[in-house]
Design a protein around this ligand. Structure first.
Ligand SMILES: *Cc1c(COP(=O)(O)O)cnc(C)c1O
Length: 368
């Protein structure tokens, strides 16, 4: 079976480095908020090209705490509206409702499935305060036009970069276009820890200070609490694992890009629509997502041929029980996307012989 993503093989590439880093932390006797975190925060900020990176416990917390920090800073209040793509992974929406803000779901661009200025424009109201673009599948949203629109209406921009570490436009990376970027280092992400972890990037010193405290009980100084904070820290072991993997991220992105190019060139089947790429160099291919009207059949056909696929995602947020209040709202494009998409195997250790086998199998697929 060609697995969708072979995490063990990915981490095995750096087995010795990871074990050495783990031993270093064990031997240090310091497990939370120490030098490993500081080093990773500095290196990750430098990698992205932002002034600051603040480690937190996971990607959802990176989103939640950034919005929360803006509330503490007086930039947002309960009931303010946040524009978010209707077709995103639910975490982007959860971060908004968790803060008593109002998610305004908007349909994405039909080709890239990302937000654009055009898709956002008509949803801006007096209550809109934030745009939350999601760089879905590793393709960065058109941030120049989104920032221009945000500037016109004086809106904050929080980039959901959970799938887009290192993605860029003209060399400027995801997480540096908006006022903040939220990253996940969930093991299956392009930069994955060996457990949960996340980070926020920003150039804003006040946001950095606020997040430093919010993630640690609201405290800058031991036993002094400025905010009603939470415990959402990125621990030393995970920071050490991430420092090892960050060094190899660019090579892994190139491996993903090579696979994507092979798929884009090789797959020729009228029943299958390939992803639309608007920014070839800057796409980091977290997922390679095709569309077909015959998804169930193609998933089964590939599985019968020893190829594992996944669906990102089967149900949009507004159709989830958690958001029953949205169930009457109509998002036909989003619903069509969720009915048609499926993801082919993609990752830094997928060998080109397997890629050829996948291409052949997709091309041989037909309906009876
Ligand atoms: C994975 C993901 C998240 C959440 O990250 P966690 O670390 O799993 O909390 C948020 N947004 C998007 C788009 C994601 O893919």
């Amino acid at each position: 079976m060609i697995p969708f993503l072979d995490l063990k093989a990915i981490n095995n590439q750096y087995q010795q480095e990871l074990k050495d880093a783990c031993a270093r932390v064990i031997d240090s006797g310091w497990y939370i908020m120490g030098n490993e975190l500081k080093t990773f925060e500095q290196d990750f900020a430098a990698y992205c090209g932002s002034k600051h990176a603040i480690g937190v416990a996971n990607g959802l917390d990176a989103l939640i705490l950034t919005l929360r920090a803006w509330k503490e800073m007086g930039k947002l209040q309960d009931g303010d509206e946040v524009i978010v793509p209707a077709n995103t992974y639910i975490a982007s929406v959860l971060a908004i409702s968790e803060n008593n803000l109002t998610p305004v779901l908007v349909e994405p661009d039909p080709n890239t499935f990302n937000l654009t200025a055009e898709t956002i424009k008509n949803s801006i109201t007096d209550k809109t305060k934030v745009i939350l673009p999601v760089h879905l599948y590793g393709q960065i949203s058109p941030m120049q036009e989104i920032m221009e629109l945000a500037g016109q209406y004086n809106l904050l921009v929080l980039e959901d970069c959970a799938q887009a570490h290192g993605a860029s436009i003209d060399g400027k990376k995801a997480g540096t276009w908006g006022h903040a970027g939220a990253f996940s280092f969930y093991p299956g992400k392009n930069l994955g820890a060996l457990g949960d972890a996340g980070a926020v990037t920003t150039d804003c010193a006040e946001l950095k200070e606020t997040l430093d405290a919010l993630r640690n009980y609201g405290s800058h100084e031991k036993y002094k609490n400025k905010y009603k904070g939470v415990n959402s820290r990125l621990d030393e072991i995970q920071a050490a694992m991430l420092s090892v993997k960050l060094k190899h991220l660019d090579e892994e992105i190139v491996a993903r890009q090579n696979i994507a190019q092979a798929y884009l060139k090789g797959i020729k089947n009228p029943l299958v629509t390939l992803p639309t790429v608007i920014n070839n160099e800057g796409h980091v291919w977290h997922l390679f997502v095709i569309k077909t009207n015959y998804r169930e059949d193609l998933v089964k056909y590939l599985s019968d041929n020893g190829i594992q696929t996944l669906i990102h995602y089967p149900t949009p947020p507004h159709k989830q029980d958690a958001y029953a209040e949205y169930v009457e709202q109509q998002y036909p494009l989003t619903e069509t996307i969720h009915e048609q998409v499926m993801s082919l195997p993609m990752g830094p250790v997928l060998d080109l012989a397997s890629v050829d086998k996948i291409i052949e199998a997709v091309n041989a697929f037909d309906i009876k």
